[in-house]
Design a protein around this ligand. Structure first.
Ligand code: SF4
Length: 71
């Protein structure tokens, strides 16, 4: 599976960083660090089974539904 973050929608609430701390982090400015080098959208590489559940949970809990999971 992979995940996509709509960086226009993301408001840096940070819930994802608690639910999937191995994947999502806020930078020193309090912004999602996946923004670096990405445009409107961040597209991940393949995510292992071990992280899939956490990422799905982060997607479910993101208050602005900015995270999309694709198989
Ligand atoms: S929970 Fe959603 S809005 Fe908050 S930082 Fe993560 S992707 Fe952005």
């Amino acid at each position: 599976m992979k995940f996509i973050v709509d960086l226009d929608k993301c408001e840096n609430h940070g819930q994802c960083t608690y639910l999937a701390p191995k994947v999502f982090h806020l930078d020193d400015n309090g912004e999602l660090d996946l923004r670096e080098g990405a445009g409107d959208e961040y597209v991940s590489g393949a995510i292992g089974e071990d992280l899939a559940e956490d990422v799905q949970e982060a997607a479910d809990m993101c208050p602005v539904q900015a995270i999309r999971v694709e198989s």
